[in-house]
Design a protein around this ligand. Structure first.
Ligand code: TYM
Length: 337
């Protein structure tokens, strides 16, 4: 065998994260986590529970600790393999906060003021517009750049943050030489933006005060089907995608993402059928798909020692990689190490 053939193939690096906000919706699942489990073979992947990000809104410490563990178990339950990917908890690797400080000094006030998530969240939590909420995208840039990630698999709502990370890379590399890799978003084929079931003009969100708006991966089968049955649709008929059929279009996206069927196949399957039939069919497909995730999640939560072993090892592996970038940047900045 030639020397070249023995060299292991250098796969692109992937990093992504999810906040531990108590539950994972099918928006999170289709926009991100399902995709993560499918790309593990193709790329060198790192996935993390972004618990530092979660504290930009007030958290009860005990609940945050529990949600972090549940979020971690959920990633494994969704098929992320801690032997193949590095799966860790953000707060266990101090390099994230350390690199963030350096990047803060290369990010402009004006850039952060333009972030739509900051504008939305500061309107929603007007009594707590803290500095962390404002600099949240800098921490996200640090998450990505620490590992020199090439690809960031996220839903459409995170695009603006990844764009900011790219701008930071260009700026820092222009000043310090090539210290960072420029990341790109990786969107799923279907499901990059799942809309709320009770208002299909709004993104499905786990912080929706009305639980009818979202379906959680851990919702019981009956609840899932009930929520789809009550999904808001227009007063027309016919199952097809159209601008004035936001509700049906969203249900088609969900059905397509879970079954792999194209729009044409869905239209043919439901020809002559009503909205009611379609809603039940979508509910059943979703309930069937999440059932094995739910049982795996329950098994994992019953084995805390295994989870602890996985996240401890995950953090060690993550730190071994991120230390290189943190040290390089700190040296270039003139910090004594
Ligand atoms: P978070 O926790 O809000 O969401 C996790 C992932 O789910 C996607 N998502 C959706 N996709 C489709 N339709 C929806 N309705 C929907 N709602 C959420 C999000 O796009 C995301 O991919 N800032 C991130 C977490 C993070 C991160 C990172 C991501 C922290 N550091 C570094 C990538 C790289 C967040 O709050 O995601």
């Amino acid at each position: 065998m030639s020397e070249q053939m023995q060299t292991p193939e250098k796969k692109p690096i992937v990093l992504s994260g999810i906040q531990p906000s108590g539950l994972i919706t099918i928006g999170n699942y289709l926009g991100a986590v399902k995709n993560w489990s499918e790309i593990q073979e193709k790329y060198n992947c790192l996935f993390m529970i972004a618990n530092l990000h979660a504290t930009t809104v007030r958290q009860d410490p005990a609940a945050l600790r529990r949600n972090t563990l549940e979020g971690y178990a959920m990633l494994l339950a969704c098929g992320i393999d801690p032997e193949r990917s590095i799966v860790f908890i953000q707060s266990q690797n101090p390099h994230h906060a350390e690199l963030m400080w350096a990047l803060n000094c290369f990010t402009q006030f004006g850039e952060l003021s333009r972030m739509t998530q900051f504008k939305d969240k500061s309107a929603k939590y007007s009594d707590n517009i803290n500095a962390g909420l404002f600099t949240y995208p800098v921490l996200m840039a640090a998450d990505i750049l620490l590992y020199q990630a090439n690809l960031v698999p996220v839903g459409a709502d995170q695009n603006q943050h990844v764009e900011l990370a790219r701008d930071i890379v260009k700026r820092v590399n222009g000043i310090m030489g090539n210290v960072f890799t420029e990341p790109e978003c990786l969107f799923p084929k279907a499901g990059a933006k799942i809309m709320s079931l009770n208002d299909p003009t709004k993104k499905m969100s786990k912080s929706d005060p009305n639980p009818k708006g979202y379906v959680a991966v851990l919702d019981p089968r009956d609840t899932i089907i009930k929520k789809f049955k009550s999904a808001v649709t227009d007063s027309g008929s016919g199952i097809y995608r159209a601008d004035d059929k936001a509700g049906i279009s969203n249900l088609m996206t969900i059905y397509s993402a879970f079954t792999g069927k194209t729009d044409e196949q869905i239209v043919a399957e439901f020809e002559g059928k009503g909205y009611g039939d379609f809603k039940v069919a979508v509910g059943e497909v979703v309930a069937d798909a999440v059932a094995p995730v739910q049982s795996r999640f329950n098994e994992l939560m019953a084995d805390k020692a295994y989870l602890e072993k996985c996240y401890t090892e995950g953090a060690e592996k993550a730190m071994r990689i991120s230390r290189r970038t943190r040290d390089k940047v700190y040296k270039k900045m003139g910090f004594t190490l």
